[in-house]
Design a protein around this ligand. Structure first.
Ligand code: HEM
Ligand SMILES: CC(C)=CCC/C(C)=C/CC/C(C)=C/COP(=O)(O)OP(=O)(O)O
Length: 279
């Protein structure tokens, strides 16, 4: 893949973009195709720009971790100053178009999403505390709330409660991966839960969090949900979460935790599709 495409973390940002689209389709009475395309463009530019900035800022620790050592900057495929310029142009475009094309409130959430991930998480917290993802996780809320604000013209408690399904999903999503790569994170000096607590405690905490995030999604769907299709999608996600959580608790292996991580994105996808189906 072209290294400048890799810098956008396409395997990751597609779900951030879907979260924005889900927020819009869930809240808009009459979804407008032009508005939806503007949202997709803004979400792509802002999340891609944030991801590219993360590559620039983390080029030293990426070089120190097995999982990330072959990325474009540690691999010498892209000059740091070019990656920085690329990330800032995309980010500035995404945020500016967020305000210009989507309006002040959606634009604010685009900025907050960028800021919480690129600055609060990547620059300020990630190397300092294992609570880094709890500070940066609000970027996840922002992806959904930006789309919701575009569709509804406002953000209410309903929207905030739904957005916390993403926030509560993040810890088990990243810590399950961090468990498998705990030696990598230790070598790079990055504090993550699995590097600061014992292995058994980490598996139990992450598995319980995984199950709690599924319970929250189920409660949301029961409170705000409706239709059969949406219910089936949420049920499939909850079953997958319970299965990976129970398997991890029973076996406490790297493989079980990796399965939990790999299942996390499909589970969130099912929830977002349920919101769209229920719109
Ligand atoms: C502070 C917040 C977050 C952190 C620290 C985080 C961290 C990570 C990490 C380390 C990876 C592995 C990347 C790789 O090895 O290439 C990953 C993958 C991913 N993340 Fe997150 N994530 C966060 C929030 C989110 C959110 C909010 C979403 C979507 C709404 C998301 C969607 C994904 C997806 C789709 C993948 C790829 C999964 C796969 O390959 O199966 N992440 N994340
Ligand atoms: C609107 C907007 C811009 C929102 C951003 C939303 C958001 C939560 C982005 C985070 C997703 C991501 C690329 C995490 C990688 O974390 P990492 O840097 O720890 O992963 P790594 O170790 O693989 O580099």
């Amino acid at each position: 893949m072209n290294p400048y495409l890799t810098l956008l973390k396409p395997r990751v940002i597609w779900l951030l973009i879907l979260a924005s689209l889900a927020g819009y389709l869930y809240s808009a009475r009459q979804p407008d195709i032009a508005q939806a395309f503007s949202l997709l463009l803004v979400a792509f530019l802002s999340t891609g720009g944030a991801a590219a900035f993360n590559h620039f800022w983390e080029r030293d620790i990426d070089a120190a971790m097995r999982r990330t050592a072959k990325r474009p900057l540690p691999a010498g495929l892209v000059e740091p100053r070019n990656a920085l310029a690329y990330s800032l142009v995309l980010s500035a475009l995404g945020i500016a178009l967020g305000f210009l094309l989507l309006g002040p409130l959606p634009g604010l959430f685009v900025f907050l999403g960028w800021f919480f991930y690129a600055v609060v998480y990547t620059v300020i917290l990630k190397r300092r505390t294992w609570l880094n993802i709890l500070g940066g996780g609000f970027a996840g809320n922002a992806t959904f709330l930006g789309g919701y604000a575009l569709g509804a013209g406002t953000v209410d408690l309903h929207a905030v409660l739904i957005s916390f399904a993403i926030y509560l999903w993040i810890p088990s999503h990243i810590w399950a991966l961090a468990y498998k790569y705990r030696d990598d994170y230790r070598r790079a000096g990055i504090p993550m839960l699995p590097t600061v607590v014992g292995e058994k405690a980490a598996v139990v905490i992450i598995s319980l969090l995984n199950l709690a995030s599924a319970a929250y999604i189920m409660a949301l769907y029961l409170a705000f949900g409706g239709g059969l299709l949406g219910g089936a999608l949420v049920a499939a996600g909850v079953v997958a979460t319970i299965a990976t959580g129970a398997y991890a608790l029973a076996t406490k292996t790297d493989e079980a935790m990796w399965k939990m991580y790999k299942a996390s994105s499909p589970v969130l996808t099912l929830f977002l599709l349920a919101l769209i189906a229920n719109a």
